[in-house]
Design a protein around this ligand. Sequence first.
Ligand code: NDP
Ligand code: 8X3
Length: 247
Amino acid sequence: MIVLITGASSGFGAEMARKFVQQGHKVIATGRRTDRLADLAAELGSAVLTVAMDVTDKHSITAALASLPPEWQEIDVLINNAGLALGVAPAQSASLEQWETMIETNCKGLVTVTRLVLPDMLKRNRGTIINIGSSAGAYAYPGANVYGATKAFVAQFTLNLRADLVGTGVRATNLAPGLAGGTEFSNVRLSDDAAAAKVYEGTVPLSPSDIADTAYWIATLPPHVNINHIEIMPTCQGFGPLFIKRN
Ligand code: NDP
Ligand code: 8X3
């Protein structure tokens, strides 16, 4: 299979690239940090094609797809993984610029890549699209405001994509992890490595390989099976009670 992964330069994306290559597949590894992508290609060899792609820039996406050599053009699996959270400030004081970046990346970037890859999948009547959502798309918590909303968008867009694709051979899944360590997610979100490390203190979070194994399982199920939505949490994570502010 040929697997295109957005945000393959770190975290889940890099680990998913490793998993698919180790299982004998070819990976188009995309992202903005081309030095990181080059390191991944050096590690995994010729089964990886690295392509610079900023999902917030439509021209970057179209240029990346247009640059694919003929033998890399038939994308079987698209993993829309590129995404980020920025900040944990409450809505009333959060940065509008950070909100815009999350929407541009997690929502607009994801739908743009999907829209541009989908027609060729439909021509071949096969393909799997795995959108990386989050438990934050289902459960509210303070400071998740726009990040959680972008992941709720991913969940609903995936279901609506399914609705449009019924009767075709193209599948779509929302893969929604909870707390996961071993990625740069919290470093990016908090811009503070010490604070990022504290997020995982005293926990056994999900690992990138837990997510990579799940994505691989979804992509290699028999063609008649579509996982619509899968939510995964580490065993140590649970649900907060509904909060009541008392006088
Ligand atoms: P990382 O920060 O390690 O990886 C994020 C990836 O997204 C990087 O490869 C980065 O590449 C890429 N990316 C960010 N912005 C852009 C952009 N504009 N264009 C292209 N690529 C971009 O975090 P994770 O691996 O943890 O996150 C991957 C996905 O998983 C995200 O969608 C995140 O929301 C989601 N998630 C993470 C969880 C966690 O707890 N870690 C839990 C649930 C969901 P580059 O900077 O090189 O462009
Ligand atoms: C990342 C999971 O709980 O930090 O999407 O929002 S969480």
